[in-house]
Design a protein around this ligand. Structure first.
Ligand code: SF4
Ligand code: SF4
Length: 145
């Protein structure tokens, strides 16, 4: 009950934040419930994306939260600025792509996919085959006019 109330207020804050600060981009499409975003998570430290399993193990020792994840793969594409980064899978995604803790899932899961113009400018895009995509809410020609 306490968690539900907390989530309710956090969702309202997220909604307001997204309305106020995402004026350049709009989110289009819808979730296909493929679960890919729960299995292809990247974590980073001040030094950049985590590429070393031992660094991740240290993080798990320091912060219990990281125990909710296991390594699911590695990005291997020299053209990709994320090349070498480890990908992580959440332990709460079921085989049929259901979140096992849906009512109390963390705030960043409820906020996903977040429209962050800074990340979009830096080349971050939606996962391949994701049902969502970003679009500009004002076309270039409209700015010219
Ligand atoms: S990757 Fe996209 S379509 Fe698939 S579950 Fe995540 S948000 Fe939905
Ligand atoms: S908590 Fe649920 S929504 Fe969040 S990453 Fe895990 S399975 Fe996905």
């Amino acid at each position: 009950m306490k968690n539900n109330l907390k989530n309710f207020f956090e969702d309202i804050i997220l909604e307001i934040k997204n309305k106020l600060f995402s004026s350049k981009y709009v989110l289009k499409g819808k979730c296909k419930r493929c679960g890919r975003c729960c299995r292809n998570i990247l974590f980073s430290t001040k030094e950049g994306y985590i590429k070393d399993e031992n660094i991740f193990k240290d993080m798990q020792k320091k912060y219990r939260y990281y125990k909710n994840f296991r390594i699911s793969g590695k990005i291997e594409n020299k053209q990709d600025f994320q090349n070498g980064a480890l990908t992580f899978e959440c332990k709460f995604i079921s085989k049929n792509n259901k979140c096992l803790i849906y009512p109390i899932r963390p705030i960043f899961c409820r906020d996903y996919p977040n429209i962050n113009p800074e990340l979009i400018y830096n080349g971050v895009k939606m996962l391949d085959e994701c049902g969502f995509y970003f679009d500009v809410n004002k076309k270039f020609e409209e700015y010219l006019n």
